[in-house]
Design a protein around this ligand. Structure first.
Ligand code: CMC
Length: 428
């Protein structure tokens, strides 16, 4: 028998069904709320609202658990393979060797963008933010691939997913090279996903960048840890846009825009700026923490806090280990890593942070790793987007290919003028 909760309004009682997820989390199904009661729910920021049922990613914010299709993210730490995880997220199970080889082959064969797209890159000023270019160029892929407009065709999913996952890295590298006025480096079909991206970023026509195993593993892991996070701002945006039956390119381009903001993917840039400010001596860690606690300052400690994680962010834990490992193997020191450790230490014993459950999030250590690999700060959020893409595709597909979606269309509580007569204030 379906469990229900009782809602009492104006002396009448309504039974609302309870829905229970795999891990026992419960939700009140209000699908019929308005039809039966005339009421809607109000939840700015959606902190209490489940927008869908999803089988992709499970998060327990209290326990610090994150699982992709049931697998805890820590289990990807040993032999990190971003493409294997991308397949897992999109298709719901780990790929067989045959599936993996077939997918990898398409990734390799479609890594180039249409030669004509190079003119689009030339059209941007050198100072253009790479996130703006990334969003625009992913959208532009719709112009070059009209064959992938049919959102309902499940047979197209593998082909379009492989192309987008492959091309996003080419677009990202071209955007960077454009910003530096450097010549475009074409993808190398002999290289795997991560070394190929770093080759397009850092090789010179006369000098090929060689990616060592430590860097390759750290980068793969970083992409994996960003690969999905259920109904976050950018993924919800992708689902929202996709619900209008917009194609995958258009939907993911909007995801890039949503990710750009400093409260979402853009936080990794702000973390680095914060650490650099402290390092340059403009402020001590203690002063920074004081400012972050002062609501009048309008500042926050970037890389701290999360809407869902209230104990620790498991991605931050893995990334901290990765950073320590990378620096040890590279035999490198970074004063910014020392400052990050210091900030974490201060906040752990500061009642403001403890009482509000504010811990380092995924963005706190990712920038330090990217910096060690040589990625410039203005590319940090772009790397986040490359990592998050399989998650966006998985959610878009779960909603649009596997089910019959309803267009997303929230309601509102109107608080504006009552009916007002039109009396123009313009001169006759
Ligand atoms: N520094 C100082 N105070 C903070 C911070 C912070 N980083 N984060 C939250 N607070 C305070 C906030 O002022 C509020 O205090 P009070 O209860 O006294 O008003 C309380 O903690 C709860 O904050 P909130 O804004 O209601 O929390 P939220 O769930 O709406 O916001 C957040 C989550 C991630 C936007 C926020 O913690 C934040 O702005 N963090 C810094 C930016 C950041 O690192 N973003 C990356 C998030 S992880 C990657 C991703 O998913 O994109």
């Amino acid at each position: 028998m379906t469990e229900t909760v009782t809602l009492k309004v104006d002396g009448k009682e309504y039974q609302l069904p309870l829905v229970t997820g795999t891990e026992g989390e419960r939700a009140i199904d209000i699908t019929r709320l308005r039809a039966e009661t005339g009421l809607i729910s109000l939840d700015p920021g959606y902190g209490n609202t489940g927008s869908c049922e999803s089988a992709i990613t499970y998060i327990d914010g209290e326990q610090g658990i994150l699982r992709y299709r049931g697998i805890p993210i820590e289990q990807f730490e040993k032999n990190p393979n971003f493409i294997e995880v991308a397949w897992l997220l999109i298709f719901g199970k780990l790929p067989t060797q045959q599936e993996y080889d077939r997918f990898s082959e398409v990734l390799t064969n479609t890594a180039n963008v249409d030669e004509a797209m190079k003119h689009n890159f030339q059209g941007f000023p050198r100072s253009a933010p790479p996130m703006a270019i990334l969003s625009a160029m992913i959208n532009a892929l719709s112009c070059y691939h009209p064959e992938f407009q049919d959102v309902d065709d499940p047979d197209q999913l593998e082909a379009v997913a492989a192309r987008l996952i492959s091309k996003i890295r080419t677009i990202a590298a071209y955007a960077y090279r454009r910003s530096r006025g450097k010549p475009v480096i074409y993808p190398d079909p002999k290289l795997r996903y991560v070394p190929n991206f770093l080759h397009m970023m850092f090789s010179q026509p006369y000098d090929k960048y060689i990616c060592d195993d430590v860097t390759q593993d750290a980068f793969n892991l970083l992409l994996i840890l960003h690969a999905d996070h259920e109904q976050n701002c950018s993924t919800s945006t992708v689902r929202m846009v996709g619900s209008s039956q917009a194609n995958l390119f258009a939907s993911c381009a909007s995801g890039v825009s949503a990710l750009w903001g400093p409260l979402h993917g853009g936080a990794n840039v702000q973390v680095l700026k914060m650490l650099q400010t402290i390092h340059d001596g403009d402020m001590t860690p203690e002063e920074y923490v004081r400012r972050a606690k002062d609501k009048d300052s309008g500042e926050r400690l970037m890389g701290f806090g999360h809407r869902v994680y209230k104990n620790f962010d498991p991605r931050a834990t893995v990334l901290q280990r990765t950073a320590e490992r990378l620096f040890k193997k590279m035999n490198k020191q970074d004063p910014l890593l020392d400052i990050a450790r210091k900030l974490e230490e201060i906040t752990l014993s500061d009642s403001y942070f403890v009482e509000r459950n504010l811990y380092p999030n995924v963005d706190f250590y990712s920038g330090i790793i990217l910096r060690a690999i040589g990625i410039p700060v203005n590319m940090f959020t772009v790397i986040f987007a490359i990592g998050r893409l399989p998650g966006w595709i998985a959610h878009w597909a779960e909603q649009n290919v596997s089910a019959s979606p309803r267009i997303a269309r929230p309601r509102q509580v109107y608080t504006g003028n009552p009916e007002t007569r039109y009396v123009s204030l313009l001169d006759e």
